[in-house]
Design a binder for this molecule. Sequence first.
Ligand code: NAD
Length: 214
Amino acid sequence: MVGNQEVIRRLAKYRNVMRKMKALGLVKVFSDNLADACGVSASLVRKDFSMFNITGNKRGGYRIDDVVARLNVLLGKDKKQKIVIIGCGKLGQALMNHNGFPRVGIRVVAAFDSDPRVLDAEAPIPIFHIKRIREFIDANKIKVAALTVPEPSAQSMVETLKKTCCSGVINFSPIVLKSDEDFLIHNINIEQEIENLFYNIHFAEIHSAKTDEK
Ligand SMILES: NC(=O)c1ccc[n+]([C@@H]2O[C@H](COP(=O)([O-])OP(=O)(O)OC[C@H]3O[C@@H](n4cnc5c(N)ncnc54)[C@H](O)[C@@H]3O)[C@@H](O)[C@H]2O)c1
């Protein structure tokens, strides 16, 4: 699964970079250029592409339109990507108002909360009571949910979602939730990311001080 996730991450990166190249008016791209833009080796690009029968030629490179179309199918970008948000507090509301989702084809179709004061079935993104979650997800064939509830509610929410057609969550609560074969969980811990950045800067500073001493 981990191996797959790395390949999928790279395919998504190739797609994003090629879409930007297309917007700049490019029609074809060589594996070397794509590799440079994605921070991988050209041989890895060729290996990834050949694994999915994406072909180009030595002299002309890859046709951007063809590759993006193939990547769209492989990544499911040719289908609607609908998500729901669970927990409409500060972070949930921020995600609901985020205007970057439509640009990449993701649509927030509804949100859910246990607090009756925040419910609003008439809002552009309706906010329903959490007790309606199972029915809504199955009726609307939702595959992904964003979890922005407090830590104590996160695990039980995953157990509820596993009983629906939902196949994965992006979890913003600090608890690390575990994926299994049928249900993928991406944990996003913002504090930890910031902490790691500080650690990396600290290590870089120590390393450069040592190099200066030499
Ligand atoms: N606010 C941030 O900047 C931020 C940043 C990173 C991570 N987080 C994490 O995201 C989560 C949400 O943070 P927040 O600041 O938005 O909190 P919040 O208290 O503002 O919002 C939480 C919302 O979840 C709802 N809720 C609680 N239990 C629920 C349940 N069982 N079902 C449905 N809804 C439920 C509450 O009614 C509330 O509206 C927390 O786990 C937090 O640690 C927040």
